[in-house]
Design a protein around this ligand. Structure first.
Ligand code: TYD
Ligand code: MG
Length: 444
């Protein structure tokens, strides 16, 4: 008997419902036929893991260095990649650049666009210098006929911009609906695996920052890339949140220029404000993004509040963690913040998510509160605990290297981390084990 199943939580119902009573999501109930199929059974087979031959996947380089790094060396043939991001962030631009690079290397590539007209794509291609005969544009929204046509051309890459605009006629709901998005992704997955064609899907991001459509999309694909950044700033960060063929947490940094996206080889320079002089509240932090060290400037402004409840505003750093660090400073070092507004900003629009940034945030707050600057050419890292202790962090060596590379001379870091950093050519070092010590050596 046919039953309706919620695609999010698995709730079952005999009739169709607009809203799932189980999880409250809309439009997720899909009819599924639960009658057992009468196919003849095939016995399952075993393999010993040692019998399975090791296969080094060949990679197709996109020749966009930052993208290749995020992908773990290049595109894997037959893989399905999901590229998510806010509207206007540069997803279509990145796709077209990838297509261009592959086309100039002699590969045939197809750009399936349900979002823009061929004229609009042409306009962008001219801007990006991507007029190449190997790039085939297909203005189509019917996925079945698109895949049929693609099959005949045998491309190495199929780009679908976007998954929310294509549909398959077997399902009656509108393009962009949960069941359409899921079914289309399934079809593309099958196409990629059976034909050995790499497929890149563009997915839109909802206001909450999740990829529109069900989370199931992320489970289906091999790689999930997020393209993010402040639209007002020029740089963009490409992040791998899932990668079956490489490490996650890798980031790639691009700059959006008049001629498209340019990989940024030395991203640290982007997240530092260009002033030579130090100012109260400004601190340079050595953080890690995946396996990559980054120097980022953290700025705090602490000022007396006219309000009963002081303001805590944070851009690029978790507000809860900010409140926690302010509370630790108040309790352990005696700096009062209860009557102070706190504004925290991470320069360049990057998000600091790693605990190694705690010490920098604490020192930025203290420095602004006391209106005193930190020593010049200083960078720091360390995690702050609830008792005010400064804890060691991973990858100290890499962080220090990055600081030295950018011309920093003084380092403040947790005591334990210094054990492995003995003969580094630092001019000045501040070795701290708690916030009180950090405050005394750096600010007071
Ligand atoms: P787009 O790739 O269309 O974004 P998405 O597909 O993610 O919605 O491009 C976004 C912005 O980039 C657009 O506002 C114009 C700008 N842009 C440049 O600054 N330089 C360029 O060379 C191109 C092609 C676009
Ligand atoms: Mg687009």
């Amino acid at each position: 008997m046919a039953k309706f199943y919620c695609q999010q939580c698995g709730y079952q119902s005999f009739k169709w419902l607009g809203r799932c009573p189980g999880c409250g999501s809309w439009g997720t109930l899909v009819e599924e036929n639960a009658t057992p199929s009468k196919k003849a059974k095939k016995p399952a087979k075993f393999f010993s893991i040692t019998e399975i031959s090791h296969l080094e996947e060949p990679r197709i380089k996109t020749h966009l260095s930052e993208l290749d790094q995020v992908l773990g060396g290049g595109l894997v043939p037959g893989s399905l990649i999901l590229l998510g991001g806010d509207p206007g962030i540069g997803k279509s631009t990145l796709l077209l650049q990838v297509l261009k690079n592959l086309a100039t290397k002699g590969h045939k590539v197809i750009y399936l666009s349900g979002e823009e007209s061929p004229q609009q794509i042409k306009l962008r291609a001219e801007r990006l210098n991507a007029n190449h005969e190997n790039i085939l544009i297909m203005p189509e929204t019917d996925l079945s006929s698109a895949l049929e046509a693609t099959l005949a051309e045998k491309p190495v890459l199929l780009a679908v911009d976007s998954i929310q605009t294509v549909f398959t006629p077997e399902i009656s709901s509108a393009p962009g609906s949960v069941s359409q998005v899921r079914e289309c992704t399934n079809k593309l997955l099958e196409f990629a695996k059976t034909q050995g064609v790499t497929v890149i899907l563009v997915g839109h991001v909802t206001k909450e920052g999740a990829l529109a459509g069900p989370r199931i999309l992320e489970h289906l694909v091999d790689t999930v890339l997020y393209f993010e950044g402040e639209r007002t700033a020029h740089f963009r960060i490409l992040r791998a949140v899932k990668n079956r063929f490489g490490s996650t947490n890798e980031i790639g940094v691009f700059e959006m220029t008049a001629k498209g996206l340019v990989p940024v080889g030395n991203p640290s320079a982007y997240f530092l404000s260009n002033t030579e002089k130090t100012a109260p509240g400004a601190v340079v932090c050595a953080t890690m993004e995946g396996t990559r060290p980054l120097l980022v400037e953290v700025q705090a402004l602490v000022s007396k509040t006219p309000l009963a409840t002081p303001r805590r505003t944070s851009v690029g750093f978790d507000p809860q963690r900010l409140s926690m660090i302010a509370a630790i400073l108040e309790k352990k070092v005696g700096l009062s913040f209860y009557d102070q507004d706190i504004y925290l900003n991470v320069v360049g629009g990057i998000k600091l998510t790693e605990p190694g940034a705690d010490l920098a945030v604490a020192m930025a707050l203290a420095s602004s509160r006391l209106e005193r600057t930190l020593p010049p050419k200083l960078f720091l890292f360390g995690e702050v605990g609830l008792t005010g202790e400064v804890r060691p962090v991973a990858y100290a060596e890499l962080r220090v290297k990055e600081g030295l590379k950018l011309g920093f001379e003084a380092l403040c870091a947790p005591k334990e981390n210094f054990k492995n950093l003995k003969d580094k050519p630092l001019v000045k070092t501040f070795c701290v084990s708690n916030l009180q010590e950090a405050l005394e050596t750096l600010i007071l």
